[in-house]
Design a protein around this ligand. Sequence first.
Ligand SMILES: CN1c2c(nc(N)[nH]c2=O)NC[C@@H]1CNc1ccc(C(=O)N[C@@H](CCC(=O)N[C@@H](CCC(=O)N[C@@H](CCC(=O)O)C(=O)O)C(=O)O)C(=O)O)cc1
Ligand SMILES: N[C@@H](CCS)C(=O)O
Ligand SMILES: [Zn+2]
Length: 768
Amino acid sequence: MDSLKSSNLGYPRIGVNREWKKLLEALWANKIQESEFEKKIEELRLNHLKLQQEKGIDLIPVNDFSLYDHMLDTAAMFGIVPKRFNYPGGVVSLSTYYAMARGSKGAPACEMTKWFNTNYHYIVPELNDITPVLTINKPLQAYREAKQKLGIDGKPVLIGLYTFLKLSKGYKSGQWDELIALFLPLYAQILRELEQEGVRWVQIDEPVLVSSLSVEDMDRITHIYKQLHEAAPGLNIMLQTYFDAVEHYEATVSLPVQGIGLDLVHGYDRNMQHMAKHGFPKDKVLGAGLIDGRNIWAADLQSKLTLLNTLSQYVPYERMIIQPSCSLLHVPVTTGQETKLGSEIRQVLAFANEKLDEIVLLTKAVADKDSEPIARELEKNQQALREINASSSRKKEHIQEMVERIDQQPSARAGTFAERRILQQNKWNLPILPTTTIGSFPQTSEVRQARKKWRTGEWTEEQYKTFIQEQIRLWINLQEEIGLDVLVHGEFERTDMVEFFGEKLGGFFFTQNGWVQSYGSRCVKPPVIYGDVEFIKPMTVEETVYAQSLTNKPVKGMLTGPITILNWSFVRDDIPREKVAYQIALALRQEVEALEKAGIEMIQVDEPALREGLPIKRQDWQHYLDWAVLSFRLATATVKNTTQIHTHMCYCEFHDIIDSIRELDADVISIETSRSHGELLHSFEEHTYDHGIGLGVYDIHSPRVPDVKEMVHMIDRSLSVLDPELFWINPDCGLKTRGMDETIASLKNMVEAAKSFREKSPVLSSSL
Ligand SMILES: CN1c2c(nc(N)[nH]c2=O)NC[C@@H]1CNc1ccc(C(=O)N[C@@H](CCC(=O)N[C@@H](CCC(=O)N[C@@H](CCC(=O)O)C(=O)O)C(=O)O)C(=O)O)cc1
Ligand SMILES: N[C@@H](CCS)C(=O)O
Ligand SMILES: [Zn+2]
């Protein structure tokens, strides 16, 4: 390289208007043919590349695009298809690919879980007894497409072998060497073919390098990269890390690769300390991850230039590339459509496209220090940041004072769980193995259309309210007919469990089009926390009280917890995250109290993102768990002993955090279990859990209606490790993504499974 370059690590797939999502869903609904789908998808993919080319990015990633998820792509590329999908071998067809992601008749979907500490979910490859083969060289195909159709000399991206294996399942720890030996020749072939094609740089993502790896792990990684270097010595490998600082810095930067990509936002302190202590190798290029790929704030460009200057003490600019801290998959596409935001806010926002502009601007600013237009851009950026930092919304003294003295706020229930349990049993008189759901019912097109009409002014507030009440009434009746014991109002008034609260709490703003992929075609629009968070008025009381007025069965109030609101929002970065969490907790406490005062005495405070927010490095876990647990307790501790606090978690491995889950001191927790095929159950063999608990008895991500037998089997297994007196029966998660018919059919089977249990088990029935 002869001068400082700019690069990108990955571009959002979804398109400015979520075209990608719409195409996938149209294909699944048989509304378009595969050929039309492929044509339109190609258009989208090429447009994304063209945009990066026009912006002036030097190293444009290819093969970052996916038809669902990049881990699934990698598994499919290696022919890793579980036997239940009857895969005949060869290139994996689109129908098999989507069957793995979404399930098909008789074949449950592959497990899906969180991608590190993000809200993106990947499909977990199942390696069990499968011999991988290279069915297609996908990075090469993507490289050729960009070159032939746009003249772009792209940078193929692929998931590194070690990260791929670490995130897969279906093998034992003793099998590492065997597995590496199976995959190495395939990776070597990919790289050799890229080298022969004339590729300059390939980006190999190894985010596991930032996790708490052992020395043995590092030895295996060293072995892998030695072999790959030997296979394609003429190819430049950018070994890309992100989401934190590398764990074994010296060993990592000594690997036989040509570039090391470091996250200098989320791993800033530690990576800089490593560099100060050990320097940076003279024979390598530094991929300087300067622009935050996980948040939507405009960078402080002046301080980034200062940082670049510091970095140049370790690496000359000729061996440096400016890039985002990680793929831009985790931020929305462009601020261009946010026409309703005031200028104070809009000018401090940077989504994917604006982040690319920042990267290009920084690259130019280094090359041309005296440029006046660049100086003007830099000054504009400084002025915008000064304005937002001086904004009164960032300094609400009464809130900041409470947070400064957070230890003075109540954070423990009045009675112990044992005391509360008796009081609550007497109050609610529920049957053994009570049945409930997680909160949301189908967000049908009718519901979304109704909201659209209300938002665009076609419907009045009153019309929309009446519509929501009709939905609540319909579903209260249905839940009674189905025979559930604890009901919910259905969350019809909510677009999303976090966005909804973001629209109602002070200190937030929300975007019109700030969509981000969450899993498959499903997107979320994270609200933005820009100021101090405060409760303004009750947010959920009206709908919950209305639902309760329609039934004698208990209706659970339904809130999203402080940590989930924090983790699924874009958060201001001028104060520590834990302080923002406490602010949200104190605001939610007022909602919990308002519900209780209105007679709602079962309240669920969902914390599905609690595990996701766990720092990647183990040494940072305890501090996070301490403030996360405290936040939940601050939000829920002030209720009466007879008020039953529920919580819910999904999509991740809970094994490591069961002790913290217990410390939440929720009376009942519902946890997703079935998509990981009951693996969580092993945790309860090792740890006792002594509060109320419901392990999801069926997967809600698939349209498949599970039969009674399957659910009886799940319950049976759960009761072998959990106390039946504390056990609840519920699906894995909310039902908002499901259709009406399948939801009703599945819940009927679930209630039947619970009843058959109560009848068949004399031990259980006697305790009724
Ligand atoms: C529990 N999960 C959640 C996560 N993160 C969150 N922030 N929220 C979550 O619930 N992370 C982990 C999981 C991920 N799970 C899901 C599940 C489902 C979705 C989902 O369904 N997303 C929807 C978008 C939801 C939404 O805001 N809808 C708007 C409608 C927007 C729209 O497209 N309107 C159309 C008209 C409507 C129509 O015709 O259907 C338009 O404007 O043209 C609303 O309800 O008003 C999705 O579609 O992807 C996400 C994560
Ligand atoms: N109450 C929410 C939780 C999802 S994690 C729902 O049911 O959709
Ligand atoms: Zn859930």
